[in-house]
Design a protein around this ligand. Structure first.
Ligand code: NOJ
Length: 741
């Protein structure tokens, strides 16, 4: 007790007010530097490291906030979010390092979700590229721009598996599948963090969020309860998070949701047992916005002090915007309710990040106005954004009208998304500027000149149809109609759940009106999620899902429409026919009644008003060429423990132009001690084939690839018979089987 009280006093005397901490040189191991620094810190200063506040710009949740300058000067803040720009970050950093006793630099965090100034397609869209190298490259560029603007840390990637498109945040993830989601999680972490050395101040800390199962919100309603069994949690929702840990992700964010009665921000099971215990995560966990305080409303705490105690003991390290840790943790430590070792572990993990970033050598290392000027929106970045956007577009239907014919064509471009620069950027626009964004209208104007006619048609909301007449007239005067319909940026993303996924406002009516012009119609969908197309699809001769494609969306989609780029995007989720089928996902169980026992038998798992099948299956997407699969071979009919099975298939481009195919491998575990999914994705390769070219594609499968959480909650494969399926989507027909012994 004596030493606990005396230590801060002695330290104060020895360092003196305004004195800088004694920091070991960079040649010392980071752990030692952290230990040495912690030894100089008071309990309050350690707690200060665990506190994160937002600037007043870009608030992403409800908050009341007065000036935080006094807290910065007392070492009471470890990190800020929503402070952006080299000059702004420098200004705040100065207050923190020049005003506080130990001069510990702040960490600046921001939602760099799909780019900073140069905006790439929304994450769900880039997942549709199935192109891991280019996804990684996009995040490298996002990090490069953000770093130049003084940022150290992005709240990305969001790796939540989502199987419910009513949930607006489906736009921010990589879709429904744990295997694809894990591969993309690794790529994004590598892109943001590089090799993790942060040697060149061009990479930033990544954050795997929202831990966990936030995407399983009941009824697709954002922030709502999730109710998943531990097995489903581990088989489906956790793998991308574990993949992020394996890739070295520096931080995690806890979800807003509660699972099995415990809000994620105070879940010892998630934060302590799984994340740290089982996965060996060494970084730190930040809460989501005010999620510690929101436990008052969840109803599992009576006051903020209890919230701080529960969350901190569970393993949460940083409190974003709740004002729970700052006012309460120090007293809880002093009362002995929290061991100081826990405080040292949390503060130490945050200081480790600051050391790794080189901020003790130069707190302004990332705030570089010159680099900011030259790097933001750099032409190379724009080129990469255009390339990824065209690779993300998914051709869903084509009766031959695409690609568009040559330059003499008269094109009617209609619809609310055709010339909507900020809407095409989608959710989380970071520092996107309207004037940098190239719309479909601008891009097609370049190509068709006066041959392009444009009409707005209608908005995505309301019921104003006064623009219909001009739109139909424009269609009549043209050879072909491109209808750019879908969602504007405010219709998907956080807190944008929808109960209807029909084209909103008068958009379907506009399409019907356009149909009366008798011209071929290309539906260019631009949205953050699948929209229900049952009444829509028959009206269109071609459907291209362009998503929210980002800054260079216009030229990218023009490339695809004209055939300058042959579409290669494939759906990272099953596209339901109707909201009534949701949740729909390809790796579902077979049930005991998958099909009628005999003709006419109604007692099987079905709807009386809809087929069970989706509108488009997982993995689906068309090309302007065609591909054929044959010669599926397995290296052996038996796979033994420690062995590897090689699966080979021949894929041929049977059409007339070069194209890319995403060759997909699915496996079915025929009989398990538990019921197993009808198919699971176990591999994919994106390959390019010239017209007429054929190539062998190889996959390797080992017993570990067949593992799942078994009845006794151990993880492993079970011996028995397995089917493999190889093809262009989750309905792949080519099949073979093997036995695991
Ligand atoms: C709330 C969101 O859920 C989260 O994804 C985001 O990173 C934070 N706000 C910070 O803006």
């Amino acid at each position: 007790m004596f030493s606990r009280l005396l230590a801060p006093v002695l330290l104060f005397l020895s360092l003196g007010f305004g004195a800088r901490a004694d920091v070991l040189p960079p040649s010392a191991p980071v752990e030692e530097r952290v230990r040495h620094l912690l030894a100089q810190m008071t309990v309050e200063e350690k707690v200060g490291q665990l506190v994160q506040y937002s600037s007043r710009d870009d608030m992403t949740g409800p908050a009341e906030q007065s000036s935080i300058t006094p807290q910065l000067q007392s070492g009471g803040v470890g990190s800020m979010l929503n402070v952006v720009g080299a000059a702004e970050t420098r200004r705040w950093q100065k207050i923190a390092v020049e005003g506080s006793r130990l001069r510990i630099p702040l960490l600046f965090a921001y939602d760099v979700i799909h780019g900073y100034r140069t905006i790439f397609p929304i994450p769900l869209a880039s997942a549709a590229s199935w192109d891991l190298a280019r996804i990684e490259e996009a995040e490298r560029i996002a990090a490069r721009e953000a770093a130049a603007a003084g940022l150290h840390w992005t709240f990305a990637p969001m790796v939540d598996i989502a199987r419910d498109p009513r949930w607006g945040r489906i736009a921010e993830g990589a879709g429904e599948d744990p295997f694809l989601g894990s591969a993309i999680a690794r790529a994004r972490v590598r892109g943001f963090q590089g090799d993790g050395s942060f040697a060149d101040a061009e990479r930033i800390l990544a954050c795997a969020k929202h831990f966990a199962a936030y995407g399983a919100a009941q009824a697709g309603r954002d922030y709502f309860t999730t109710d998943v069994t531990e097995r489903v949690l581990r088989d489906v929702y956790l793998p991308p998070f574990q993949a992020a840990v394996d890739a070295g992700v520096a931080t995690f964010m806890s979800g807003f949701n509660d699972i099995d009665g415990t809000p994620c921000s105070a879940s010892p099971f998630l934060l302590d047992r799984v994340l740290r215990g089982e996965w060996g995560f060494k970084g730190f966990v930040v809460s989501d916005w005010a999620s510690v305080g929101e436990m008052l409303l969840h109803g599992n705490i009576a006051d903020l002090r209890e919230g701080a105690l529960k969350a901190f003991l569970a393993g949460l390290d940083m409190d974003m915007q709740s004002d729970a840790f700052g006012p309460h943790l120090a007293a809880l430590v002093r009362e002995g309710r929290i061991p100081e070792s826990r405080l040292d572990a949390a503060a130490g993990a945050i200081l480790t990040a600051k050391f790794r970033l080189g901020l003790f050598e130069d707190p302004h290392r990332y705030s570089d106005e010159t680099r900011e000027k030259t790097l933001l929106g750099h032409p190379d970045h724009l080129a990469a954004a255009r390339d990824l956007a065209r690779r993300s577009a998914v051709l869903l239907k084509n009766n031959g009208v695409l690609p568009l014919a040559g330059s003499g064509l008269k094109v009617a471009l209609v619809g609310p998304l055709a010339d909507a620069p900020l809407s095409q950027v989608g959710t989380w626009r970071a520092r996107a500027r309207k004037e940098d964004t190239v719309t479909v209208r601008a891009a097609l104007r370049q190509l068709y000149g006066d041959g392009l006619r444009y009409a707005f048609g209608c908005d995505v909301r309301g019921d104003d149809t006064t623009g219909f007449a001009a739109a139909v007239e424009t269609a009549q005067a043209s050879d072909i109609v491109i209808a750019a319909l879908g969602e504007d940026a405010s219709q998907s993303g956080e807190s944008t759940s929808r109960t209807s996924l029909d084209l909103s406002g008068p958009q379907l009516a506009l399409l019907r009106a356009l149909k009366t012009a008798g011209k071929p119609i290309v539906l260019l969908l631009m949205a953050g999620r699948p929209l229900m197309l049952e009444p829509v699809a028959p009206l269109a001769d071609a459907i291209l899902m362009g998503w929210h494609p980002g800054t260079m969306g216009g030229p990218a989609l023009a490339d695809v429409l004209t055939g300058a780029y042959n579409p290669s995007g494939r759906l990272p989720l099953s596209w339901p026919r109707s909201v009534g089928q949701i949740p729909y996902f390809h790796a579902h169980k077979n049930t005991g009644r998958p099909a009628p026992l005999r003709e006419g038998d109604p007692y099987y798992s079905r709807y009386i008003d809809s087929p069970n099948t989706p509108q488009f299956p997982f993995g689906f997407g068309l090309s302007y060429t065609t591909f054929a699969y044959d010669q599926l071979r397995l290296s052996s009919p038996v796979l033994r423990d420690g062995g590897v099975l090689t699966i080979t298939v021949r894929v041929a481009n049977t059409g007339a132009r070069t194209g890319e195919e995403v060759v997909q491998l699915y496996v079915r575990d025929r009989v398990g001690t538990l019921t197993r999914p009808v198919r699971e994705l176990k591999g994919f390769r994106k390959i390019e084939l010239a017209a007429g070219e054929a190539r062998e594609v190889e996959f390797a499968l080992g017993p570990a690839d067949l593992a799942f959480w078994r009845g006794d909650m151990t993880f492993g494969a079970e011996p028995g018979d397995f089917d493999v399926f190889v093809g262009p989507d989750a309905t792949a027909k080519l099949t073979a089987s093997f036995r695991l012994e």
